[in-house]
Design a protein. Sequence first.
Length: 536
Amino acid sequence: MLDELRVENLGIIKAATIEPGPGLVAVTGETGAGKTLLLGALRLLRGDPAGADRIGPHGAAAHVEGRFIIEGEEIVASRRITGSRSRAYLDGAMVPAKALSQRFDGLIEIVAQHEHVTLGRESGLRSIVDGLLDDDGAGARARYAASYERLIALEAEASSIGGDPRQLARDLDLVRHQAAEIGGAGISAEEDQELAAVLRRLRHAGEISESLGALLGTLEDDGHAVDLLRLALDHSRTAANLDPALDDLVERLAGVIASAEEALAEVRRAAADSEHEPGALATAETRSAVLSDLKRKYGATVDEVLAFGEEATRRASELSNALERAESISAEIAAARQDAVDDGQVLAAARRNAAALLSKEATIGLQALGFRNPVLDLQVADADPGRGGADHLSLVFASDRALEPGPVTRVASGGELSRLVLAIRVAAGVADAPIVAFDEVDAGVGGTTALAMGEQLASLAVNGQVLVVTHLPQVAVFAQRHFVVERDGPSASVRRVDGADRLAEIARMLGGMEESERGRLHAEELLAFATQRRLP
């Protein structure tokens, strides 16, 4: 049970400490006094998200601390909320908030005043039903989840592949053609630049040959430059024999002659080479056309064309694998879908059993809450496989068998919804948790029905602790402990009421007659009735 709860600057509650004790604990107060903040504190202690909007006007931080006694073990949990972050503590050690969720999982159940919305949502109904599944049902749910995840993964893979094998085959043919065209051309890096130089030479071969012939003729005429240089070298040697200081001149002239002779030989070779084969230009032109066509299709330079070819080869391999996978994955998807259908049917059958049990138990609960002959049927119909199962859940209700049942959120009034929430949550095993809190689930309820609700809440608390935030005196009188939240301007405080103070609070709840003798008598009558009806 929750043994002690302390809050500081939580909303409008400046500071409060309560010791709820076992059994049914009622929290009451005027509208807007902040009584639901106490259950908000309990939510924080079980690890729910904490926002800066929880911080009140009495400081820069909100602090919540609770001491729990669970199966004889003392557990202390706390949360501290500042504008930028929330800190969680468990038995004095700082922990992640999720550690609180894990520690109190199954120990604290909170039924909110707007939980009737859950009854209209398939996901909410599925969650309630799944909480009642036995071991076989839980195993069926795990198997279905695995089957469905397998189906989703295969469908995602098929989508990434492209899905249509015919399109993949067309794409594969294209990239294979591209890779073959580039590879078959046998091009090399920078070949376009080299070929451009060859073409210039071949296209101007006549001019080049003519110029080289004239140059060679000039160099080889009588008295040409090399012969003149050799004559000059002979004269320099004669002079150097007489004057050794001229030896350097001799060496330089000898070097010049060697270079001239090499140049002459190179001119002769170039002149001979300029007489090219007649088909060389045509061959080069054809090669240039091949390169130009490739560059037009695949890149501005030969290097870019080669890169495109490498990518086409890689893509061809990738598409080949994808096509092979696409041809086999369809069968795998069909098998996975059938597995999901089969496992989903087993799960749906387990859910039908749990839903039938829930409907039966909740109907009994509704009868205890004032319905004479209600109809409550949680239906599980087959459906295509989905994230939650291969079924569709809906809740139909009629307050009496003489009426046509319909969707619960459409045919039930506000007071009926409140009782439905209580009956269904009790039937679903909410009372199995040692600490159960109800946050104004009695909205729209009054009179005899309110007394029945109070009595049922008290019966839930016989072997545990039930906290209820309520505005109904017929519910509050069944509590063993009663706390009142009182507001004074921007601040609120919490106090336990007993004796005359409790009589005054019950009288106020009856209609603001706390100072009235008739109101006090009515409050005494209600308390006496509850004491008589309450189980020991």
